[in-house]
Design a protein around this ligand. Structure first.
Ligand SMILES: Cc1cc2nc3c(=O)[nH]c(=O)nc-3n(C[C@H](O)[C@H](O)[C@H](O)COP(=O)(O)OP(=O)(O)OC[C@H]3O[C@@H](n4cnc5c(N)ncnc54)[C@H](O)[C@@H]3O)c2cc1C
Length: 433
């Protein structure tokens, strides 16, 4: 009979690992979570928006006790060049009442709280322990080796929720080496302000309400990326993530980009006078559906960022992590009935994910990374045209409006050509079909 210390070993105490452990512990499974950080959240970086739905399914009304900063009622999108921004967005009272849509959170606090719930549910959490390799016997994962003395642990199944670098998935050959055109480097600061300053500067009446601003456009100088500002209770999270290949090709340093973002005339008034409380950097998987690996092997499943589950178009990652962790746990519970943890049985995990929005959303955008790689100008030239057109329309200078519209039409034709425009629209439509 094979050795067994636990039913399941979960590697990584981020949202994916903790969701898996919570479901398993609640079902009476003997589960251990191994985390390399001092405590869950100590190593984790996120822009800061946490989505309610998958977490609420796990712990109903969690937001009433979890360390939430603000619930988000307004989401703005800015197209920005060096001197202007063109703003769109949605502010709705539908997101201003329970059960809410999403929240700004600080991961160091939120993950700590989540891990408490996981331990209360019955899981064992071990911090400051690094999993160094999977233990494989006869082609089946039977446990993990850790950096602790006598640190080998055995279980029916290992769930790798060890984040974007997933050493475990790589060493089992499930994941390929990450290429720098498929990951972004994100840097972020938390800038302390008073609650009143946050409210006044972002046009918020009630301190429980929050605003997000997503920023892209020509200020990125043709690099693929996104910047963001999220309101916390008495701070603002501001950050920028850019594809690593683009940083290399443009000889750009993410810290300099963040500094120039902070000093942009549209951004500076929102954070001016604040003190930097934290500075964080992390890699974001941006390869989309085509980079999602096989997420199972004999006695093994991969969840969250470790499986490259990030929807960068909609800034979703934490929710996909929670959903995948839950489904990995549910797949284990089904497999336990037959005592069969083979690759074939665990393949149901990926099938389940294909049935949900997690892989359906990623599949919808599957051609987007290549499209943007081929046609970087979509990220600069069209946004610049829009900013210029809006500036023209809103400039009152005695020029009659019909003349302004003629000028804008002429610009459209000279910058893109009608055939070029039609081709770009057709390509986008075809790639997103
Ligand atoms: C800059 C940035 C901004 C983002 N903004 C948002 C946002 O606003 N909203 C959103 O939904 N998503 C956002 N994301 C994505 C989101 O953070 C991730 O999708 C999510 O954290 C994935 O959760 P996870 O549990 O899979 O991995 P992680 O949160 O990375 O957790 C992995 C855990 O595993 C541990 N670990 C790793 N290796 C080992 C090992 N060998 N042994 C033991 N432990 C190990 C790590 O310490 C860590 O605690 C952002 C990401 C970044 C980098």
């Amino acid at each position: 009979m094979s050795k067994k210390d636990f039913d399941v070993i979960v590697v990584g105490a981020g949202p994916a690992g903790m969701a898996a452990a919570y479901v398993l512990a609640k079902a009476g499974v003997d589960v251990i979570v191994i985390e390399r950080g001092k405590f869950p959240g100590s190593k984790n970086v996120m822009g800061g928006i946490f989505y309610r739905k998958p977490m609420d399914d796990l712990i109903p009304e969690f937001y009433k006790e979890a360390p939430i900063e603000r619930h988000i009622v307004e989401q703005r999108m800015w197209l920005m060049d060096d001197v202007s921004h063109f703003s769109m967005g949605i502010k709705t009272q539908k997101h201003n009442s329970e059960p809410y849509n999403c929240f700004s959170v600080l991961r160091a606090q939120f993950d700590k709280w989540f891990s408490k719930k996981v331990v209360e549910a019955g899981a064992l959490l071990i911090n400051e322990t690094v999993v160094t390799e999977p233990i494989v016997e006869n082609g089946k994962v039977v446990g993990v080796r850790t950096d602790r003395p006598q640190g080998d642990l055995y279980a029916d199944c290992v769930i790798a929720a060890d984040g974007v670098q997933s050493f475990l998935a790589k060493s089992l050959g499930l994941r390929k080496k990450i290429t720098p055109n498929k990951v972004a480097l994100g840097v972020k600061e938390i800038i302390g302000l008073s609650e009143e300053q946050v409210n006044d500067r972002f046009g918020i009446k009630d301190s429980k309400e929050g605003v997000t601003i997503e920023i892209t456009g020509p200020f990125l100088k043709g690099m693929e990326g996104m910047a963001w500002m999220y309101t916390n209770k008495n701070s603002v999270s501001i950050g920028i993530g850019v594809i690593i290949d683009d940083l290399i090709n443009h000889n750009m340093n993410p810290n300099d980009l963040l500094e120039s973002l902070k000093n942009h005339p549209s951004v500076l008034p929102l954070i001016e006078g604040g003190e930097t409380r934290e500075y964080l950097a992390h890699v974001i998987p941006e390869g989309g559906y085509k980079s999602v690996p096989r997420m199972y092997a004999d006695g093994f499943m991969v969840a969250g960022d470790a499986a490259m589950l990030v929807d960068s178009v909609h800034r979703e990652g934490s929710n996909l992590a929670v959903e995948s962790g839950k489904l990995a746990a549910k797949t284990y519970l089904e497999a336990r009935e037959s005592g069969d943890f083979s690759e074939k049985t665990l393949s149901r995990y990926q099938e389940k994910l294909e049935e949900t929005y997690v892989l359906q959303d990623l599949r919808y955008y599957k051609n987007l990374p290549e499209l943007l790689e081929e046609k970087r100008y979509l990220l600069t030239e069209y946004p610049q045209f829009l900013i210029d057109a809006m500036t023209e329309i809103y400039t009152v200078d005695g020029v009659p409006k019909p003349e302004k519209f003629r000028k804008i039409k002429g610009e459209l034709k000279s910058r893109f050509g009608y055939i070029g425009l039609a081709k770009d629209l057709y390509t986008i439509w075809r790639k997103l079909r």
